[in-house]
Write a protein that binds this ligand. Sequence first.
Ligand code: SF4
Length: 512
Amino acid sequence: MNEREHRLVIAIDGPSGAGKSTLAARLAKRLSYVQIDTGAMYRAVAFLMHSACVDPDDTIAVERFCEVVDVRLEDANGVQRVVANGQDVTSQIRTPEMSLLTSRVSALKPVREAMMRAQRAMGSAGGVVLEGRDIGTVVFPDADLKFFLSASLEERGRRRYAELIGKGEQVSLEETIAAVALRDEQDSKRDLAPLRQADDAIAIDSSGMCIEDVLEKMEGYIRQKRQDRKNRMKVILAKRAGFCFGVKRATQMAFEAAVMDKKTYTLGPIIHSPQVVNKLEEMGVRVIKDLETMESGTIIIRSHGVASEEITEAMEKNLEIIDATCPFVKKAQEHVKSLSEAGYGVVVVGDADHPEVQGIVSYGGDKVDVVGSGDEVKKLPKMNKIGIVAQTTQSFENLKNVVSECLLRGGEIRVFNTICDATAVRQEEAKELACQVDCMLVVGGYNSANTRRLSEVCAELQTRTHHIETAAEIDPVWFDGVERVGVTAGASTPKCIIDEVVSRIEEINKSH
Ligand code: SF4
């Protein structure tokens, strides 16, 4: 993992006078992070509203303005510039007039929401320090590190007093302390974004500490956080985990049909994913075993196809047919049909009990035999012309063995390699991954043959392999002592389920 992966989002909240801005700026500089000066962003909004004559009391005008406002912080040779709607406004936002307007504008909900979106976008890649009063609670509730900086009222009053006197203002210490106390009360009682310490924030009381001491303390926590990150388990997701082309296509067709207001059914489950099937059921697409009771409506043909007789029956009943048979499976069906019509004895290499094979076989009438291996060819009757077609998920090795045996039997032989490499590619990738990790999760339906096979090939290489259907099944104990965890998924596993699994592992990772 490189350093970039450990770039953190650091939130600093706290009451006024606690030294947040100074510390945020110094910390960002030391870490080479970007300081997101949220105050400057609100000032830029105030400036733009003022320039565009937007009245802060005109709710509709403010909302419209916020839909298009664009405030960014850009680096110009190491100096941060504030760019608002494409204009560099850095030098125009620090006037007393803008200070007054900013306090009004920053209390407006649409403005806060627009700025929050902008701040989150800026911080999404990490490497940022933000300070304010609701950064760790509202803007970045998932910040990697949250500090709540405070100091006694007297100390903050003294700091503020020194600042004002330094600017030549005539105030007394007592007045300044009273003003800070009033500000504390207002900040903690305001409706919008009140000052509050996040539950997981690290509280630092800087009373009696110099800036350097506080910085050192914060850096200690940052070093620890980075180390924790490095020690975390790495999650590696297989590149081709999840839907293959045919399953993706069938699922899309089914969901498109589901939104039409018609009676829609699938002949058998559309794919081997109970979650997808349940979702479709919720949308009104029901699974039926056969067409016997169906008199009208739409029937969707699953990705691994159905028997030709079922298509004929659907046509005779004038049902609307949505054929989601994978084009690779369709090709195998067509080859069997044309071979048998041309007088070949057809040999299908595959699992006779699999619905895809049963569908393919149906296109060849009674001239088709199914063999699971080369040895089974020996039991076949004599044929002068043999046509060979494979179940799409067969291994190339097995097809080769069957072809070799057929060659020994002589006669004319035609071979169609109808193997789809989606399964093989997933298996090869999973094997490679299983060798690199300490724990492997294989995600997919228990009724999905290709997921079960994926799990088997992984288990041969990695004893800590777990086949799961959903993230809810993950047991954190599986990851004890694990540094690298691999995740792969069968060809019928939807992306959202894979994402949930990865998120759950990350969640466990964080809590360890
Ligand atoms: S595994 Fe291949 S043949 Fe089967 S549905 Fe997917 S793409 Fe089609």
